[in-house]
Design a protein around this ligand. Structure first.
Ligand code: GUN
Length: 309
């Protein structure tokens, strides 16, 4: 099977240049630029990279950004107070509180405190409810990115069987709603699903969002399907590397493990996907790049809605 690799970079670059043009037009016609406030608490290394990318991308597109980095011992009340300040600040269009938060902070209460009109992550119950009703809303960035990849790669969604593995509030559940809106027949599988491979192998579009390196193997993948890999995991096991990576990629991956201690893999075994799928998103270089692009798009959308243009 020749597998088409769906490049997240190419698609994210196209979206970002559209956003940059839109930001420029808004500034010329209305005299303001959208503003994103990113909040990070503590020293989670992955969060540091993600928030860094978000702030850097905002700058590239002409979006103003504020980075609020708070110490790990920040109290729940102090974080809540910051969210209230950002809600009240008329210059701020989008608020993003990076997850996970330290354990002593009540994540749910923080997310519910964000003004739904500024909720560029789409995590507030009001936006979740609007999405499931099919109303316009701010939509979680990673699921929105998955739909953009499919559409911009001319992959038919309507009438197709989409199987999502993973039922998280950030990816699995909102993606089910988005694909339903696009008229797919949607199945959600999870850790308690009986005979997973029996279901996933029937998918026209298979989305893996479980958080386990290479969990989806050949037996789970239908021949000729589209496989979207949302996972981002570190992989360092030299002994099983030849089962994980296709021959043409193996040497480079081993060199990366030797140099950095690990290499990034998704939730899908890339060697198996390259043998069975017609379309496949790589890790790195796939869905992850879309998440940031869609956050920028949500920031512009929120700004235009708030400022009524
Ligand atoms: N942590 C992992 N993914 C996300 C995301 O999309 N948004 C936020 N705020 N935190 C995350």
């Amino acid at each position: 099977m020749t597998t088409r690799i769906l490049s997240g970079k190419t698609i994210a670059d196209a979206i970002k240049s559209e956003i940059a043009a839109e930001v420029k037009t808004v500034e010329i016609e209305h005299g303001w630029r959208p503003c994103l406030a990113a909040v990070r608490v503590g020293q989670d290394p992955a969060s540091e990279v993600y928030v860094g990318n978000k702030v850097k991308t905002a700058a590239e597109l002409g979006i103003i950004s504020e980075h609020h980095h708070l110490p790990v011992e920040t109290s729940h009340e102090d974080l809540l107070a910051l969210v209230h300040d950002l809600n009240a600040n008329n210059d701020v269009d989008g608020i993003l509180v990076q997850l996970p938060l330290p354990r002593h902070i009540n994540e749910r209460e923080i997310l519910e405190a964000i003004d739904p009109a500024k909720d560029v992550d789409g995590f507030h119950p009001e936006n979740v409810g609007r999405l499931s009703l099919g109303y316009p809303s701010l939509v979680p960035c990673t699921p929105a990115g998955v739909v953009e990849i499919l559409k911009r790669s001319d992959i038919e969604i309507a009438g197709k069987h989409a199987v999502i593995v993973g039922r998280s509030n950030i990816v699995g559940k909102p993606l089910a709603m988005l694909l339903l809106k696009e008229n797919a027949t949607v199945t959600i599988c999870h850790s308690r699903t009986a005979d997973l491979a029996e279901i996933t192998s029937q998918a026209d579009i298979l989305v893996a969002a479980i958080g386990r390196a290479g969990f989806i193997r050949g037996e789970h993948i239908g021949a000729g399907s589209t496989v979207i890999d949302v996972g981002i995991n570190n992989f360092s096991d030299m002994e099983t590397a030849s089962e994980m990576f296709p021959a043409e990629d193996l040497e480079k991956r081993i060199a990366t493990i030797e140099k950095r201690g690990s290499t990034l893999v998704g939730d899908v075994n890339p060697k198996d996907a390259m043998e069975k799928a017609a379309n496949f998103t790589p890790v790195p270089g796939g869905v992850g790049l879309l998440t940031v692009a869609m956050l920028m798009k949500n920031t512009v959308t929120a700004a235009k809605m708030r400022r009524k243009i």
